[in-house]
Design a protein around this ligand. Structure first.
Ligand SMILES: Nc1ncnc2c1ncn2[C@@H]1O[C@H](COP(=O)(O)OP(=O)(O)OP(=O)(O)O)[C@@H](O)[C@H]1O
Length: 419
């Protein structure tokens, strides 16, 4: 299922508005907005307190049929509590949940239509793989022959034909989690809930299994919600990501929109790597950050307002000595403080040396105070990425100088957060 590349939020109260523009990639065919079906799952104003502690507040979320939604956030932000409330394993303090148009808010787990996979596999150790998968089918009093056929079908579905007689202790973590997935899907539930299903597995198995899970979920068309604290997993698997922080929803959107257009510094920082440069507004399209004067996308803050600009390492352009700098805004000369080899790229830590060659500020150029007073709070360190080939061409070495450009279209402006 593909929606537009915009943020898709179900309630404006859950999301603060972005400030400043950022480059939008041209719409691709798959991004064109489809006629939105009725939500399969509707989460309406859920609150959850444990004693005085507020674990969840103002949670609104619509999940559409066949969607794969990832609940992503730091430890303790409330994602597992929300998943457990959806399953009926935890009772919300207030708010309602509708599944397939039916109010399931007060139903016990057994009366709800979901399959669940936990981080710890949670297989019965004394039952074989086939018996584990068959467990729910037997409880549902399905005929023996039907159960046997369904177990075979499910073993094949998760790529474990011939493993039916093995016990959990005789299987690897990845195999056990496949059996747990087969067990969760045995009764063909409308909703598949996954609570950090991959986090106990080693890195290679995790990557393999994440592809298998999303392929299977798409093939079956089952609506899925997965809790994860791993942003790479959420970006790779989710049709949409719900970023949570301290019990509230910080942003909901497609992986691409969350990555490219984070609404807050928290989201920007949590997803991927982001350079933040604190500073103050000079004009509606420029700011001062320590010694740097940067041209930015247009924004609405008055002069001298404290702001913070953000740019991804991969959006910083490393310039070559023969590049034409005419009319190029935000060119910075920087000293290389550190070079780290990351395999496919080098990560370079830079300390800007001087102000920016400000081009294109037009008649607002006079608004720039000269000389610029360094801002004591400015980080004035930037991280950028350079490909292996580019690093070789540029002959990069610590304590040498480099020219970079911070393209204004890739800069994002946020109001400064209260300290
Ligand atoms: N039964 C409980 N009693 C008291 N506090 C609880 C209970 N369950 C969860 N909490 C608290 O609610 C908050 C949210 O917990 P939750 O497990 O949902 O977080 P999470 O985002 O899933 O974190 P993690 O990634 O570490 O599992 C935490 O501060 C946790 O300590």
């Amino acid at each position: 299922m593909t929606y537009s590349s915009d943020d898709v939020t179900t309630d404006p109260r859950t999301v603060s508005q972005p400030v400043g523009a950022i480059h939008e990639l041209p719409l691709q065919v798959g991004d064109l907005r489809e006629e939105r079906p009725e939500p399969y799952l509707q989460i309406e104003n859920i609150h959850k307190t444990f004693g005085q502690f507020v674990a969840l507040r103002d949670i609104y979320l619509d999940v559409y049929p066949g969607e794969f939604v990832c609940l992503l956030g730091p430890s303790g932000c409330g994602k597992t509590t929300l998943l457990r409330i959806i399953a009926g394993l935890e009772q919300q303090t207030s708010g309602r949940i509708f599944q397939g148009g039916k109010d399931v808010s007060r139903l016990p787990p057994a009366k709800r239509d979901f399959g669940i996979v936990f981080q710890s596999y949670a297989l019965f150790p004394n039952l074989s793989a086939a018996q584990n998968i068959a467990y729910g089918l037997q409880n549902a009093k399905r005929p023996k022959q039907e159960i046997a056929a369904r177990v075979e079908e499910l073993l094949e579905m998760v790529g474990l034909q011939g493993f039916g007689s093995k016990y959990p202790a005789q299987m690897s973590g990845g195999q056990q989690q496949r059996i747990a997935l087969a067990r969760a899907l045995a009764l063909s539930p409308g909703l598949l809930l996954l609570d950090e299903p991959l986090s106990a597995l080693d890195a290679k198995v995790r990557v393999k299994l994440r592809t298998e899970i999303t392929q299977l979920q798409k093939r079956l068309g089952v609506t899925a919600i997965m809790v994860t604290h791993d942003q790479a997993e959420a970006l790779a698997m989710g049709d949409r990501i719900v970023v949570m922080d301290k019990g509230y929803i910080a942003q909901v959107g497609t992986p691409r929109s969350i990555y490219q257009c984070p609404n807050t510094p928290f989201v920007a920082n949590f997803i991927g790597v982001m350079n933040f440069l604190p500073g103050v507004v000079l004009t509606t399209e420029s700011m001062r950050c320590g010694n740097l004067q940067l041209q930015t996308p247009p924004f609405d803050f008055p002069a001298n307002t404290p702001i913070s600009v953000a740019i991804r390492p991969e959006d910083i352009r490393v310039l070559h000595p023969d590049d034409d700098l005419t009319n190029l805004p935000n060119v910075v000369t920087a000293e290389i403080e550190g070079i780290e080899f990351l395999g496919s790229v080098y990560q370079i830590v830079l300390r800007p040396k001087e102000g920016v060659r400000g081009q294109g500020l037009g008649d607002r150029e006079n608004a720039v105070p000269q000389p610029l007073t360094p801002n004591p709070h400015s980080q004035e360190r930037l991280t950028c990425e350079v490909s292996i080939h580019e690093a070789r061409d540029l002959d990069l070495a610590p304590n040498t100088s480099l020219q970079i450009q911070l393209p204004p279209d890739f800069i994002r402006v946020f109001p400064a957060e209260p300290s």
